[in-house]
Design a protein around this ligand. Structure first.
Ligand code: 2P0
Length: 322
């Protein structure tokens, strides 16, 4: 039980978004969501339970974290499941800009779920791992899988988990992340989605619409129809962000640079280069395209931003042990 275990999980970007919880403690969402796991952004986490420790010791990118309630609470769940009381040393390396809308909590909790459960002596299957990751962060539920994954909302801890939709991915698809600001965001997604559920007059319509969008994207994956997938993902992202604008108080994840990218995408499209955008709980914009258009899009965006802000990703793989 006391061997160190290392797991790698890749982040995922939702094509139809999760925004709002039915149960905040168990992280049961109000709607299902569908995502693409990316190869460029991932977290490697090593967990070792050590008898001599009197608390969990957590390092993120070699820096000791003085306090991280989310991780400690999560480790308590793992201990309870495994029937142990030992504390652990955790080393996590994030190859994702932390807290900037590039879903570091997705890869972070998926890698932690895999490493901590195995280090604690549990032998979980993918669905059980997905359920465990969900208790750390909603989007992590989907990062157990590679390629396209769907988080089925379910009604309780047992029935809310993700499944693989397609891995390896058959569609020619790339995501170009434009990293606009990697400082931590002002309103966490947890806080933001709670405000939207409670106050946006459009929340009910969102649920209905995002269910339809999810079916459209699922069919587009089956039919290998990139155009429908891209168009629907872009619409769904704007629909999610319209919840932030219509909440009380209203809040906004986009900044001026995000708008610059959105206009650039629309212009590229007008000029015959097919691409779409999606955004999460931060200013970064992800451009969805196919491999033949990557270089024209990168060229256009690099006139506006530095090359080191532009990261091209292919579909990524499922969680694995290193
Ligand atoms: C998603 N996002 O589907 C949506 C779209 C951001 C925008 O899931 O409270 O860190 O830990 O469940 O998963 C980001 O929120 O929130 C997120 P919690 P999480 O990817």
């Amino acid at each position: 039980m006391n061997h160190p275990i290392t797991a790698r999980a890749h982040t995922n970007i939702a094509l139809t978004k999760y925004w709002g919880k039915k149960n905040e403690q168990l992280i049961i969402p109000n709607n299902s969501s569908i995502s693409l796991t990316l190869d460029e952004f991932y977290t490697d986490t090593t967990v070792q339970f050590i008898d001599e420790l009197s608390n969990d010791v957590i390092y993120l990118n070699d820096k000791l974290l003085s306090d991280n309630n989310k991780i400690i609470k999560f480790m308590d769940i793992v201990r309870e499941k495994a029937g142990i009381s030992t504390f652990a040393e955790i080393h996590s390396y994030n190859h994702v800009p932390t807290s900037a809308g590039l879903a570091s909590s997705a890869s972070g909790f998926a890698a932690l779920a895999a490493a901590a459960s195995k280090a604690a002596g549990l032998d979980l299957n993918e669905i059980e791992l997905s359920r465990l990751a969900r208790l750390g962060s909603g989007s992590a539920t989907r990062s157990i899988y590679g390629g396209f994954a769907k988080w089925k909302k379910g009604n309780d801890d047992k029935t809310s988990y993700a499944v693989s939709v397609q891995d390896p991915v058959k569609m020619d698809i790339r995501m170009i992340a434009i990293v606009l600001n990697n400082s931590p965001k002002k309103i966490s997604s947890r806080e933001g989605m709670k405000i939207s559920v409670e106050t946006s007059p459009y929340y009910e319509s969102w649920i209905k619409q995002t269910n339809d969008d999810l079916k459209t994207v699922e069919n587009a994956i089956k039919d290998n129809n990139f155009t429908i997938l891209g168009k629907t993902a872009e619409l769904n992202s704007m629909r999610m962000h319209s919840l932030t604008l219509s909440s009380d108080p209203s809040y906004l994840y986009l900044n001026n640079d995000s708008l610059t990218v959105i206009h650039a995408v629309k212009n590229l499209r007008k000029n015959g280069i097919e691409c779409y955008f999606t955004m999460d709980a931060g200013p970064n914009v992800k451009i969805i395209c196919q491999s033949n258009n990557v270089s024209s899009i990168v060229k256009k965006i690099s006139n506006l931003f530095n090359n080191n802000q532009i990261k091209v990703s292919k579909p990524g793989s499922k969680v694995k042990y290193l």
